[in-house]
Design a protein around this ligand. Structure first.
Ligand code: XIL
Length: 367
């Protein structure tokens, strides 16, 4: 009799228990926006099983941290290396993730040959345009229908609203952006196309990016979203300035994506260095105070500010279509080595052992 009761009780309760999946970031955010992460090669090749399970449980979108940058895709003129990028795209397709390509045109992490001729002299406007066209067309066509959206141009505008004096701008002028978007669109009319930049809460940059979006639209050149990198700090930028930029980009007629979110807990060498990867400062012990862990009080300041940003993203989920963190676990973060090499930072949602931080539960609890 006792046995029958146990079997009966189990059969009534089990189906209910079975259907209750644990909630994850991607499950709770599915009606709000995509939640993404940047993948390094370890993760693309699935060498770490713990990282892999965290990615697949919590994230609905991916972006390659490095392997689709031009210095890796086209190390020599006309000689493309696609192995890592192919693997990245296969991974995304296999797991049904929203696949982002990063990035087609950027002044950094471009191969040495790109801006010069065989004698080392800067190339002409015509030559540079044809190199950009060839790079974009080859790469975007290869992944046509497979990569969902491309960062077409990265970091062309400075905080004060002036144009970055990169070889791209000096040799071609502002129109390199128009051409890049036109060629990307021709190679895949279905992939989304983005302009991506850091320090987007700064008023000068915000206004100039709005002008850029309007200029592209007025000229019938497709741009689908603006990417706000969001390499943020405990004291910069203010949430209200960040919000003004989300609203300004939305008003210009594009979607907004938070594309490289991380929040450093470390003291800065200098006020507001942005995310220019060529910046570097000398190591000083006092700028690396948390080698053995973060004091609880500091940790809760970090969590509460991270949640403030998340509240902002949720408030604007009609405009924001994706929030991507720049890495999975703290040990993966580029901020351990930039802008000062050899530090220990804690900027991401998962700790050094890929364990979820308390703010994940709070985010899940909010929705
Ligand atoms: C960074 C990577 O995380 C590092 O591994 C690499 O050494 C330098 O670039 N803005 C961008 C990203 O758009 O591509 C940069 O990624 C970080 C700043």
């Amino acid at each position: 009799m006792k046995q029958i009761i146990i079997i009966l009780t189990a059969s009534i309760l089990l189906p209910a228990c079975k259907s209750k999946q644990p909630e994850t970031l991607k499950s709770v955010l599915q009606d709000k926006f995509l939640i993404g992460t940047a993948l390094n090669l370890e993760q693309i090749y699935q060498r770490d099983t713990l990282a892999n399970s965290v990615i697949l449980e919590h994230f609905s979108s991916i972006v390659p941290e490095n392997c689709m940058k031009s210095m890796f895709l086209q190390p020599k003129e006309g000689e493309f290396f696609f192995d890592d990028a192919d693997k990245y795209v296969e991974y995304g397709e296999k797991h049904n993730l929203w696949i982002v390509g990063h990035c087609l045109v950027w002044h950094s992490q471009t191969p040495d040959w790109f801006f010069v001729d065989s004698t080392g002299k800067e190339v002409t406007r015509q030559v540079l345009l044809s190199r950009i066209k060839n790079h974009i067309t080859t790469v975007v066509s290869r992944y046509k229908g497979r990569v969902n959206g491309w960062d077409v141009v990265n970091e062309a505008i400075l905080e004060d609203g002036s144009w970055r004096q990169s070889p791209l701008y000096r040799i071609i002028g502002e129109s390199f952006i128009d051409s890049a978007f036109v060629w990307a669109n021709r190679a895949d009319t279905n992939a989304e196309l983005y302009y991506n930049d850091y320090n987007m809460a700064d008023c000068g940059k915000r206004n100039e990016v709005v002008k850029l979006v309007k200029h592209l639209k007025d000229n019938n050149i497709r741009i689908d979203a603006v990417g706000m990198q969001a390499h943020v700090h405990l004291d910069y930028p203010s949430i209200s300035e960040f919000e003004k930029s989300i609203e300004a980009f939305a008003a210009a007629g594009v979607k907004v994506m938070i594309t490289e979110l991380d929040m450093s807990i470390l003291p800065r060498a200098k006020y507001n260095v942005g995310a220019d990867i060529s910046t570097d400062f000398e190591y000083q012990k006092e700028l690396n105070p948390y080698v053995d862990g973060v004091p609880a009080e500091k940790d809760s300041i970090w969590t509460s500010r991270f949640l403030d940003f998340f509240d902002l993203f949720l408030k604007h989920s009609n405009t924001i279509t994706r929030v991507t963190t720049w890495g999975v676990g703290d040990a993966d973060s580029w901020l351990n080595n930039w802008p000062i090499p050899g530090r220990t930072d804690y900027p991401l949602l998962f700790d050094r052992n890929y364990m979820p931080k308390p703010c994940i539960d709070s985010i899940i609890g909010k929705i």
